[in-house]
Design a protein around this ligand. Structure first.
Ligand code: WT7
Length: 654
């Protein structure tokens, strides 16, 4: 290792724990080790076979066209209907009575059970209603809804008629919503009067009214009645129960080209103008469906699956709507927050529906760990057989907490790396194959060419760190940034020649397994060493008193950058005088003296985006005593006041 700023990421953390797949799971797994061999022998043949899991009205003539990179086309000439694949074919196969959605509203006792046959009928009616409102194939429809079944119905109705949906997270403001409606020039907006959040109705319609006033493309607004609160009414507004309720139940799905646009989803980008990530149909559905089948080992007859994401994020698109429904899964959908009306709500839901497959985020897992082991312990979680994680690197200790406290110490954990841009999972263990390692996403899925490279784009050897790239196109890749091909090229395809640059740092361990180390923008440069925030955070979280931490590099006259750590203690811990010294020494013992934080701040909360990612940029502002940058994407703006106040009291340590 050289001491120049050009060095790749230092590899500091070692993890030796291993967990083999449970033998019974391995014996019946949907996907075995053979898939890796098949895909490496014939990658395109492998994806063709995955595409055959779907129903195609017209077969494709060519699997991949990569003659004009970075603009890929998959399954050229093929035609299919995404909604038909998610609904009609299950009903035609005799599974119309299977439950598609167990919906659980936030208010106690508010529940709905929706079978595949019922969901299909609703989608047909909604498709007819949208057509009656003037929506035709190729039009854009913005969706701004709470987590209610109508959200899935709206998305599938768009897919059914070839309209391109643009889902906007229900917590976003007028600026964000109107910006996204205008960028996509949406013709119709689908919304609700409101939803329930933390025990209270939370209105959506006023934000839509203000946004529509700023969005000349919008002709109609379709409004679901959820809370029953009074709403202002304009001449563009139509009640969902009138338009959809009164629509015909007959609708025959037309097939669309494999490259027909399915959706635009704006990345929750913490800086600059949001990017409208464009996904198309054939390749997207192929990979969303296959990965859900492979990584969750879904057995549609017996599993009950629950993804806790919001449909406003890509996880909700690929792993609530398109992946699970294309596979005929039975799933839980929950409207509210994990602590309403009490902190055991998630576990109560797992117990009630006997959930077998759970997919959630590290931010939630660390919060549960902070709330205490006694809460999940009160519930019967024995139905769970596989646990998933997505959204951020999962610290090894949070991984162990998840396995022990939620997975009864037995369930495999699949740490799935992917992005809005990749459309579907890319790097993940396979639960019946992989011997898992806490904290590592491990291995590219079959058919995926992920690599870790240095500044020159050369693969790093085992034990080295660098940039995560994708060397070959994949079926569910973004096709472009809506309306901005040049930005698509500049953002993802310009750092390295002929490789997709994901923006994440990563390392490869001695076995060749991949560890994600956070966004490269967050990497710290301390005395000439590139150190990942993730590794220092994981070292802190491995201390029994720590629930969560966020680490940033702050300008330092001596070392270039100094490590400043913000730490949340576990629920029952009372801080004493020696605690910060103890934590600093703990990091030094785990990672070496170079990674010892210059300063540790004990804080009650951390700033997060609405999708739960830590906003280190704001913490850097605090650590460098600057006024705060843009806070509009922050989940809870009061958090920054709490942190800044604490920071003024704390003094840097030696
Ligand atoms: C970024 C993408 C993927 C759906 C939800 C987020 C980070 C995501 C992992 C993981 C480490 C992860 C990356 C990535 N990320 N999953 N398993 N391990 N980091 O989608 O909002 O587009 O964010 O989330 O930094 O680039 P997104």
């Amino acid at each position: 290792m050289t001491d120049t700023p050009q060095e790749t990421l230092a590899n500091l953390l070692t993890e030796t724990r291993r967990f083999d797949p449970p033998p019974a799971l391995a014996a019946t797994a949907n996907v075995t080790a053979e898939a890796y061999e098949q895909a490496s022998a014939d990658r395109l043949g492998f994806w063709e076979q995955a595409a055959r899991r779907l129903h195609w009205g017209t077969d494709w003539e060519q699997t991949l066209d990569w003659t004009n990179p970075p603009f890929a086309k998959w399954f050229i000439g093929g035609k299919l209907n995404v909604a038909y694949n998610c609904l009609d074919r299950h009903v035609e196969a005799g599974n119309g009575d299977r439950v598609a959605i167990y919906w659980e509203g936030e208010p106690a006792g508010d529940e709905r059970v929706v079978t595949y046959a019922e969901l299909l009928t609703e989608v047909k009616k909604a498709a007819n209603a949208l057509t009656d409102l003037g929506v035709v194939a190729g039009d854009r429809v913005a969706i701004y809804l709470p987590m209610i079944p109508e959200a899935a119905v709206a998305m599938l109705a768009c897919a059914r008629i070839g309209a391109t949906h643009n889902v906007v997270f229900g917590g976003f403001s007028v600026d964000a919503l109107s910006g996204r409606i205008n960028d996509a020039t949406a013709k119709v907006v689908i919304t609700a009067d409101g939803g329930y959040r933390r025990g209270k109705p939370s209105a959506l319609k006023p934000t839509v009214d203000e946004s529509v006033a700023l969005a000349p493309s919008v002709e109609k607004v379709l409004v679901v009645r959820r809370t029953g609160e009074d709403v202002a009414w304009t001449d563009k507004d139509v009640w969902w129960h009138d338009a959809v309720g009164g629509a015909s139940e007959d609708h025959e799905a037309q097939d669309f080209d494999a490259e027909h646009p399915l959706f635009i989803l704006y990345t929750s980008g913490t800086t600059a103008k949001p990017k409208g990530i464009l996904h198309t149909t054939g390749g997207y559905l192929t990979q969303a469906s296959y990965t859900h089948h492979a990584v969750f080992d879904l057995k549609p007859e017996s599993d009950v699956y629950w993804c806790t994401a919001d449909i406003g994020w890509v996880t909700g698109h690929s792993y609530i709507v398109y992946g699970p429904l294309s596979n005929g899964a039975t799933q839980v959908m929950y409207e509210g927050t994990p602590d309403t009306p009490h902190r055991g709500r998630f576990w109560e839901i797992v117990e009630k529906y006997k959930v077998t497959l759970l997919y959630t985020a590290p931010t939630a897992i660390r919060t549960f760990a902070k709330w205490g082991d006694d809460i999940p312990a009160k519930f019967d979680l024995s139905s769970l057989r596989i646990l998933g994680s997505v959204g951020e690197p999962i610290n090894p200790e949070a991984w162990i907490w998840y396995r022990d406290n939620i997975g009864s110490g037995k369930t495999p954990i699949v740490d799935t790396w992917w992005q809005t841009e990749t459309g579907a999972m890319m790097i993940s263990p396979l639960p019946g194959v992989t011997s898992t390692k806490p904290g590592s996403a491990q291995r590219p899925l079959p058919g995926i060419a992920a690599d870790v490279v240095d500044d020159e784009g050369n693969s790093v050897p085992n034990g080295g760190g660098g940039y995560l790239v994708l060397r070959e196109p994949w079926p569910s890749m973004l096709r472009t940034i809506w309306g901005d091909d040049q930005r698509f090229i500049d953002t993802y395809w310009s750092k390295f020649d002929a490789m997709y640059f994901a923006g994440d740092g990563a390392k490869r361990d001695d076995d060749g397994d991949i560890w994600l180390l956070g966004r490269v923008d967050d990497v710290m440069l301390v005395s000439g060493h590139n150190i990942s925030t993730t590794e220092v955070e994981s070292a802190l979280v491995s201390h029994p008193k720590v629930a969560e931490s966020a680490v940033v590099g702050a300008t330092d006259p001596i070392t270039g950058q100094g490590i400043v750590a913000f730490v949340i203690l576990r629920g029952s811990v009372e801080p004493d005088d020696g605690l910060t010294t103890e934590l600093r020494n703990h990091v030094a013992a785990k990672l070496g003296p170079i990674a010892k934080p210059r300063q540790i701040m004990l804080v009650p909360e951390l700033p997060k985006t609405r999708s739960g990612k830590i906003m280190r940029r704001l913490l850097r502002d605090v650590a460098e005593h600057r006024s705060l940058g843009d806070v509009t994407t922050l989940q809870d703006s009061a958090v920054m006041d709490l942190i800044s106040q604490g920071m003024d009291k704390g003094k840097p340590e030696d």
